[in-house]
Ligand binder design. Sequence first.
Ligand SMILES: Cc1cc2nc3c(=O)[nH]c(=O)nc-3n(C[C@H](O)[C@H](O)[C@H](O)COP(=O)(O)OP(=O)(O)OC[C@H]3O[C@@H](n4cnc5c(N)ncnc54)[C@H](O)[C@@H]3O)c2cc1C
Length: 601
Amino acid sequence: MRRASKIPSWRKTHLRRTPQLIQKPSGKTAIASAKHRHNTREKGTDMELTRRNFLGAAGAAGAVVIAGGALAGCAPTQAKSSDSSAESSAHTWETKPEPVADISSAESADVVVIGGGMAGFSAACSAAEKGAKVILIEKTGAAQFRGIDYGAVGGKIQLEVGIDLRDRKNDVLQEVLRWGGHRGDYRVVKAWLDNSAEALDWAADMLSSHGIQVAPMPIEMQVIPDAWYEHFATDAFQIVPTDELIAEGGEAGYEPPYAIGWAKAFTAYAEEIGVDVRFNSEALQLVQAEDGTVTGVVYEGENGTVQVDAKSVVLATGGYGADEEMMDAFIPNHAEDIHNITTPAHNTGDGIRMGAWAGAAIDPVPHCPMYFDEGVEGLEHMPSIPLTRQPWLYLNDLGERFCNEDMPYAYVCRAHNAQPRHMKWVIWDAKWETDGPAMGMIVCKDFRSPLHDPEQIKQFIEDGSIMSADTIDELLSKMEGIDAETAKKTIEHYNELCANGEDTDFGKRKQCLSSITEPPFYAVHAGTTLLVTLGGLQINENQQVIDANANPIPGLWAAGNCSGSFFFDDYPITISGVSHGRACTGGRRAGQFAADAALNA
Ligand SMILES: Cc1cc2nc3c(=O)[nH]c(=O)nc-3n(C[C@H](O)[C@H](O)[C@H](O)COP(=O)(O)OP(=O)(O)OC[C@H]3O[C@@H](n4cnc5c(N)ncnc54)[C@H](O)[C@@H]3O)c2cc1C
C-alpha cells in the first residue's frame, strides 16, 4: 500500500544512506562504513533530531514571531517576546529564536560557508582560491553528493565533442523559465547561463586533477531527435563509474555509488587550498549586527557551541525534503503525490530557516519539487532502473489510458498524480529487450546508461516488485485495484494502435508503440519519487540573499537548493543536469563575491 500521509520510515532510510566521514587518529578523514554509521547512531550522535533539539534548547526558551510573518526587512538582533497565540500559529521560520546563550568559544574567518554539498564546496573552494580564510561547516560526517548529470552551456568538455549551445542561450533561458511558469527571475537564471561554462571547466578540471575520470555525455544520449518536446544538450559530463568508486561509494551510501568521486575530489581539494572543513558541525543561527548585517554564525560541533565571526557568510544547506513542516507549507499535496523518497535526511531546510530569521524573503508557494517517475509500490526506494520508466502502456485504476506516455518525467508524474491513488500501472511484454532501447530514451531512462541493471531486474521479478504472468488475465489478476475488464479492453485497443503504427488517441511517438502481445507480460504499480526540493531564499543575480523589498541582506549569500528565484512548478528536465550546474555555478560565484567583499572590507 501507499505510505500514509505523514512522514514514516523514510527519514530513517535516508539517515542510513547519508554518507559520513570518520575522524582518524591522524586527523585525516575517511568515509565511514554503513556499519560504523549505524553504531554511531546507536550511540546517539546521529543528526536526526538536531533541529528539534536546537529549537527545544534555544528556541523554546524565548522565540519571537517575525512581524506579520512577512519576513520583510532585517529582523532585529535581539528578539522580543511575543504573545503565545501568535507563536503557536507561526511557522518555525517565521519565529526567530533568542540568540544562543552558551557559546563555548569564539573565532573568526573571512568567509564562513554553511553546508558541504555541491554548492557549499564550490563556494568554499572558490573563496579560498581568492585568498580568503574560509571555514566550511557541515553537519554530517562527509561531503554530500548524489546523482550523475551535470548541466552547463558552452564548457570546454562540451565543445570538444561538438556540442555548442552558446548561440541558443536565450532558448535555454526561456525553457527554464517556461517550466516555472515564468515565476523565476530572468536575471538569476541568466547569471547561471552566463557563468556555467567557467564553473563547468573548473569542476571538471578539479575532478580530473584529483584522480576522478570524467566523460562527456554524447549528444545521442541527451537528445531524442524526433521527440515532440525539445531537449537541450546541456548534460556536459558524468563521472566514469570505476569499480573502485562503485565499491567505495556503495559501502559509504552514495547514490549512485560513484557520486563519491565528487566527495573525494572536493574534500581533497579543499584541504589542499586551506579550507578549514568542519564535519559533524551544525549551524544553528546567523549572527547579525544592529543594522541587520550578517556578521557570523553559531554552530554546534565536536567542541561545543562555537561562534565564528565572519565578514561574509554563504548559506548552502540544500533543500527541505526531510522537513515535514516545510513540505506541508511549500509543496502542498506532497503527502498524496509522493510515493517514494530519495531525499537525503540532512535536507531539513536549516539554511532557509536561518535566512528567514535574518529577514530574507522565501520563494512564493508552491515551490518546485524534483519529481521522478520511478516510485514503485512495495519498495521504499526504487533504484532508478530505466526498464520501468520507459513509455510503455500506462493505465489508471479504472483500466484507462490517460496520457501520452512519452512525456518528460516531471509531466508523467503530474499526469499520474491526477489519477486515482495518484499512481499508474506500467505494462509491457517480453519484447522489452528490443523494443525498450528502440524507443531511444535518454539520460537516466537510457538502457545504455550505467543505471540499467539486468541483475536488479531479475531480482525485482523474483521478489514480485515487477509483476509477471504468462497471460494478460493472470497479470491483471495480480494488479490489485485495477478494473480488469476495462483494462483488458484498453490493452486490446492499444494493441490495435500499435499494429496500425499510429497513436490516434494521444500522439505517442511511433517508436514507443510497443504492443502487449508476447508473454511473459509485466507490470509495476508506480508513482512519484521526491529527489530534492528546489525553492528557497530569494536571491539576486549576484547570489545575495534579499528581503521582501529585494534589498540584499549585507554579508549574506546563498547557493544551491536553499536558494530560490530560479525553479518553480516543475524541474526542467529538458535542461539536463541544471540542478548540479546551478549549485556549482551559484556556489562558485557566491564564494567569489563573499571573498571579494571580505577581503575588500
Ligand atoms: C538520488 C538523487 C539523484 C540526483 N541526481 C541528480 C543529477 O543527476 N543531476 C542533477 O543536476 N541533480 C541531481 N540531483 C539533485 C542534486 O543532487 C541537488 O540538487 C544538489 O545536490 C544540490 O546541492 P546543494 O549543495 O544545494 O545541497 P546538498 O547537496 O543537499 O548539500 C547541502 C549540505 O548542507 C548540509 N547542511 C544542512 N543543514 C546544515 C546545517 N544546519 N549546518 C551545516 N550543514 C548543513 C547538509 O548536510 C548537506 O551536506 C539528485 C538528487 C538526488 C537525491
